[in-house]
Structure formats: C-alpha cells, structure tokens
Write a protein that binds this ligand. Structure first.
Ligand code: FAD
Length: 345
C-alpha cells in the first residue's frame, strides 16, 4: 500500500486542488437514518463552513430517496444518492463499490464515517482502495486554516494521550468518528438542498455475500449512545444484584444502565453496557456513576455528558474531578434514598 500511495502522489493526474467539499456517510438501517449521520452532519457543517465549501451526505440504500430531506434538515447542502435493490442492506462489497465510485467521481477533500460496526468495516476498506489514509475512532475534528488540513484527534497509547493526525499528501482525508461525541444541529425542516443521483452498476461489483434474513436480537437492546439518562455501575456495585438497584433508578428516570469495564469483566453485566474507550461513547443529559473510580479509559467515554453525578465512598476518587455533583458515601445507602425520593416526586 505504501508503494501505491507514493505512486499516487507522483501520478501527474493527481492534484490536491481537485478535491473539494466535506462528505458524511449517512448510515441507514432498514431505511432509517442513524443518529451518527446527524452527528457527523453537525460536525461536518462546522468544517465545511470553515473551509467555505459544500457539505455533502452520501445516502446508499434501496428506496431511500425520501430520507434526503432529513439530511438537508440536519445540515447537508447536497445529498449524493445511490439507490438500488442490491444496496438494501449493508454488505461490504456493494457499499464499498458504491462509495468508491462516488468519491472518485466527485472528489471530496474530507470524508467522515461513523465508527459503528458498519463504518469500521467500510471506512478502512475504502481508504485502502483509493490509496489514502484513515484516522479511526476520532473524538475531535478541526481545520488548520493555514494549510486547510483536517486535524483528526483520537485517544492513543491506551487513552493516555490525545494524538492529532494529519493527512497532508493524499485525498480525501478520511476519518471514522465515535458515535455520541459530535453534536447534531437543531433540525430545520425548511432547509432544502440538491440531490445528485449516482447510478450503481451491479454488474461491475463482485458480491460474495447475501443477506438471507435479519433476525432481531431478543435480549434487551441497550441503546446507550442515544440515552438521555444513564445510571452506570462499577466494581463498587459489588455483584450482579447491585445492578438491579441501578436498573430501578434508571427505569424511574427513563434511562438505561451503563457499566465500567471492571463490572463487565466480572460478568455482572453484559459487554454491550460498557462505557469508555473500549466500550460506548455516550452523551446523555445525566450520567450517574455509582461505584466507579473514574479511570481515564472510562472517563473517555462519558466526559461529554451534560451533567455528571458521582456516588463513591472514596472522597479522592478521580471521578469527582469530572463530576458536576459528587456524593461521598456508600452507594447502598445513597441509591435507596434516591429511589425513595424519585418515587415521591
Ligand atoms: P475500580 O477502579 O476498582 O473502582 C471502584 C470504585 O468503587 C472505587 O473508586 C471505590 O472507592 C468505589 N466503591 C467501592 N465500593 C463502593 C460502595 N459501596 N459505594 C460507593 N463506592 C464504592 N474501563 C472502562 O470502564 N471502560 C473502558 O472502555 C475501558 N477500556 C480500557 C482500555 C484499556 C486499553 C485499558 C488498559 C483499560 C480500560 N478500562 C476501561 C479499565 C480501566 O482502566 C479501569 O480499570 C476501570 O474503569 C475500573 O473500573 P471501576 O471504576 O468500576 O473499578
């Protein structure tokens, strides 16, 4: 890949100046646009305005044209629509074929993709195919105004430092971005834009997979990324029964239960509840951390919560440094009082 990259830079037909505009991959599942697409549009809007260029959203699917309006409402100027029955459900080869064709045809300077299961599959493969770089799992993006370069920041070395990565010699500059980190715009349904249709040539793409059936998970789905209230427990909860208490608090606040890795590793709660560097990045209105020390890897996933409340019996626990409200005490005394107070209110 290193060879083909430098070849590309030497290729006399390649010019950085040919690439213009910020693109967002508008992830959809079963015809519904995922929240991550709106978050990326919110961030993409800022980047596009700084660069003075258009913000495009790439919408790939089957019979999804009517969803373009939602993308305009959340900030897109142009929707690049690739609509074909073969693209109904995500599959690596057809989606890569479609997005690669669109990028080669319209040459955006920046492409943002959600660091979701789909985006983590799609992004690196596209970057490899078009011989550019990709910064995975970004938590912060900005523009260097002098060089017009995308500053792509992500945690590195186990979350101990934040690394800012640049892609100066190839285009587009590609990044996957963690869900729940970027802010979406308040939608304006009067906003409109341009739809550019790109044809999908099914015969040109070799597809080796087929989706036979989509089976919904029967266990409770936890949507931490979209939750407004999260009541999270750590090692201090002491066992699986303790999480029942936290579920009670979460239920009375209309929220969901989160967890630290220590609680997940202990087998007290399934891994899809984990918040943090190797778990989910969350952005609720209220995050209540119960018996969580506040390790950097945990904080990386919840520090952008609007209000953080920490309950911990150790007054020196690092979680109090990021908390807006701290309660020093045993969670088995504090949480029942909280449940009682919520019942009364
Ligand atoms: P502890 O650090 O053991 O803290 C327990 C806390 O509970 C203590 O502060 C204690 O005072 C308090 N406590 C005990 N009993 C009570 C009680 N009865 N009432 C009130 N308070 C009480 N961690 C994550 O959470 N998410 C991640 O995604 C993640 N990714 C990682 C990635 C890497 C590469 C590495 C190296 C680590 C990662 N970790 C992650 C682990 C992280 O470093 C910590 O080990 C972990 O977050 C600690 O979990 P904890 O706070 O529940 O446990």
């Amino acid at each position: 890949e290193a060879i083909s990259r430098s070849e590309k830079v030497k290729d006399e037909n390649f010019s950085l100046e040919d690439y213009k505009g910020v693109w967002v991959f508008a992830e959809q599942r079963q015809g519904s646009i995922m929240n991550i697409a709106f978050e990326l549009l919110g961030e993409g809007r800022k980047l596009a305005d700084t660069l003075g260029v258009e913000l495009g959203a790439v919408l790939i699917g089957d019979k999804v044209e009517e969803k373009a309006q939602e993308l305009f409402a959340y900030g897109a100027d142009v929707v690049y629509l690739i609509d074909h029955p073969e693209l109904k459900n995500y599959r690596t080869e057809p989606y890569c074929g479609a997005l690669e064709k669109a990028i080669n045809a319209y040459k955006p300077e920046i492409v943002l993709i959600g660091a979701t299961n789909i985006g983590r599959d799609l992004g690196p493969r596209i970057a490899g195919r078009i011989h550019t770089g990709l910064t995975a799992d970004c938590t912060e993006l900005a523009i260097d105004p002098e060089q017009r370069l995308l500053l792509q920041t992500r945690p590195a070395f186990g979350g101990n430092i934040m690394a800012t990565i640049l892609c100066p010699n190839t285009r587009p500059q590609m990044a996957t971005v963690r869900p729940g980190v970027m802010k979406k715009m308040i939608p304006d349904y009067c906003r409109t834009g341009k739809i550019v249709e790109i044809t999908y040539d099914a015969a040109a793409v070799k597809v080796r997979t087929a989706v036979r059936e989509i089976v919904r998970e029967t266990s409770r789905i936890v949507n931490l990324e979209e939750a407004q209230v999260i009541v999270a427990g750590g090692r201090g909860v002491g066992g699986p029964e303790g999480f029942k208490l936290l579920e009670e608090v979460a239920a009375s606040l209309g929220g969901v239960v989160g967890a630290s890795r220590a609680a997940v590793d202990a087998g007290w709660i399934p891994a899809n509840h984990q918040v943090g560097q190797t778990g989910k990045t969350v952005h609720p209105k209220i995050y209540i951390a119960c018996g969580i020390s506040g390790a950097i890897q945990h904080v990386a996933g919840m520090q952008h919560s609007d209000i953080i409340i920490a309950i911990n019996k150790n007054p020196n626990a690092p979680i109090f440094k990021v908390a807006d409200y701290g309660i020093v005490g045993d969670l088995y005394q504090v949480v029942p009082l909280l449940i009682e107070a919520l019942k009364e209110s």
